[in-house]
Ligand binder design. Structure first.
Ligand SMILES: Cc1cc2nc3c(=O)[nH]c(=O)nc-3n(C[C@H](O)[C@H](O)[C@H](O)COP(=O)(O)OP(=O)(O)OC[C@H]3O[C@@H](n4cnc5c(N)ncnc54)[C@H](O)[C@@H]3O)c2cc1C
Length: 491
């Protein structure tokens, strides 16, 4: 049996690893277009710095990633993030994110009453949610995150708290992103209790009764959070801002995320062949076999697993309109500027894990993580490292500017926002164009259409990865493991 896996990111590699182990007599080939495996996961290790150029960590409760790390023997290199207060920067002022909220939804009265971020009028409007009825969902039971939370909690809460938190995760337009595909738990809570505030309060109470000591975090954990926050700023929201130090919810490895890629490649079973610099340009299905064009060569395979991002389908299955559901999926762009300062010359104040920036603030920056405070093991003790996110809907600097210009922009903007004048010793830019699939309203039904169609018309073709069931690192590993279990059961 010959199995081909397209894409050598973590999803493709974990599919190969688990399948290779489960089926030692199958011949498995992984085709990766780049000279290296790992896809978006990329760690730069220079001297004592361990800097992530793409994803920064993963949500620990999503156990598939931790299981993989344990299987690879890297368990003793796992670390959790440091916890602390996170902040929101809104048009000139920095405010602590109020405690007692989950993804910006209040569950406790006092922290919100005291919060400086939201005006009295904004707080009153949010409180009115107590009397609101459920949002009228569309025929698929879906709604955008933006419309749902604006309806329940008002525009100010949306702009200052929920949008910076949630739009940051997807890097997209919050008024387009599907609640059903990202945080369906909020729909369930609303349907059960009538509105968000009542629902979150009731859920919190029941957790207290049941003795769940992490309070609102427990509720958050029940939701289908698609992935860990992109940086410490989001971490704080999941953890309830302002609470005393708990063990962080996010996981990293002392060797960086890329140490997982190195280990999985090194420990790949002998029946798996990994081909790098191997672009798959065409895929055809005929005579119950798949035919791939790989760097101009024709390769045939009995089973085909595709793990690549949605845009890759532009070149594949072109005659089949159902795949337009994948081809047409939007993908947002962003750039990450990582900058290092010497502690002795840094003239700013560094508090907590970092800050989120509201979309209404006139800057292309969306967030900044203080890396040496979130993940101290990544940075020498005499250095400060900031990870700044650039790029929001309607602003195309990420695509237009050169690396030099982006670097200059990131430094001057973060100096202005965080009020310091020290210059960095070095800046590293990673530009991620069309990197994040957007689960817009209707995503779930579109994906179901593709899946049903493939099941019916393309035997032995399996589609997994970021277009489907979650955009986070553990979501890809989970999909890979589930697929391997299905293949093992049926063969
Ligand atoms: C800026 C950013 C920050 C993120 N932060 C986090 C985070 O903190 N935590 C978290 O959990 N997740 C985060 N994510 C998401 C995370 O990066 C992804 O979930 C994960 O890397 C996806 O892995 P994958 O293997 O499915 O896809 P990818 O990593 O995209 O791998 C797909 C692979 O397919 C290859 N490929 C594409 N086309 C072809 C072709 N035609 N032929 C052959 N090979 C091809 C690509 O080169 C690539 O290597 C972030 C993503 C971005 C963009």
């Amino acid at each position: 049996m010959k199995v081909t896996i397209v894409g050598g990111g973590l999803t493709g590699l974990s599919a190969a690893y688990y399948l290779g182990r489960a089926k030692p007599d199958w011949h498995i080939h992984v085709y990766e277009q780049a000279p290296r495996c790992g896809g978006k996961i990329q760690t730069q290790r220079v001297g004592e710095f361990v800097v992530e150029l793409g994803p920064d960590s993963y949500l620990g409760r999503k156990i598939e990633m931790t299981d993989l790390i344990m299987d690879l023997g890297l368990g003793d290199t796992l670390v959790s993030n440091e916890t602390g207060q996170a902040y929101v920067y809104d048009r000139g002022t920095i405010h602590p994110i109020p405690g007692g909220s989950i993804m910006g939804v209040p569950t406790e009265m006092m922290p919100f009453v005291k919060a400086t971020l939201i005006s009295v009028a904004g707080k009153l409007r949010a409180g009115l949610d107590y009397f609101k009825k459920p949002y009228p969902l569309d025929v698929n039971g879906d709604v955008s995150i933006g419309h749902f939370f604006t309806y329940h909690l008002g525009q100010e809460m949306m702009d200052k708290l929920i949008e910076p938190l949630l739009a940051g995760i997807y890097g997209g337009d919050i008024y387009k992103i599907s609640l059903l595909s990202t945080f369906p738990h909020f729909i369930q809570v609303e349907q059960k209790y009538g509105n968000m505030v009542k629902g979150m309060m009731a859920a919190k109470k029941s957790h207290k009764k049941a003795g769940v000591n992490q309070g609102a975090q427990g509720i958050a954990n029940e939701g289908d959070m698609p992935r860990a926050g992109k940086d410490a700023v989001k971490d704080k929201e999941f953890e309830r801002k302002g609470t005393a130090a708990q063990s962080g919810m996010f996981r990293q490895l002392t060797g960086g995320l890329e140490s997982v890629i190195d280990a999985i490649v090194a420990q790949m079973p002998s029946n798996v062949a990994i081909h790098t610099n191997a672009l798959v340009s065409h895929i055809n299905y005929s005579d119950e076999q798949y035919e791939l064009i790989v760097q101009g060569r024709v390769e045939k395979t009995d089973k085909l697993i595709i793990t690549t991002p949605p845009a890759t389908y532009v070149d594949w299955f072109c005659h089949d309109a159902v795949f337009d559901n994948l081809r047409n999926m939007e993908q947002s762009s962003c750039a990450i500027a990582i900058m290092c300062f010497d502690k002795s010359t840094f003239d700013g104040e560094l508090q907590g894990s970092g800050l989120l920036i509201t979309r209404k603030t006139d800057t292309p920056l969306t967030a900044c993580t203080i890396l040496n405070q979130k993940w101290p093991q990544t940075t020498p003790s005499d250095k400060i490292v900031l990870r700044v996110f650039i790029g929001k809907p309607g602003n195309d600097v990420v695509e237009r500017y050169s690396d030099e210009e982006l670097s200059q922009l990131a430094v001057t903007e973060i100096q202005r926002i965080m009020k310091f004048s020290a210059n960095p010793e070095w800046v590293k830019i990673n530009r991620l164009i069309h990197c994040m699939p957007q689960y817009n309203v209707g995503h779930r039904s579109a994906i179901k259409k593709v899946r049903d169609h493939v099941k019916e018309n393309y035997p032995n073709l399996y589609l997994i990865g970021t277009p489907f069931d979650g955009i986070g690192i553990p979501d890809g590993v989970k999909q890979a493991k589930a697929l391997v279990a299905q293949l093992v059961e049926n063969n």
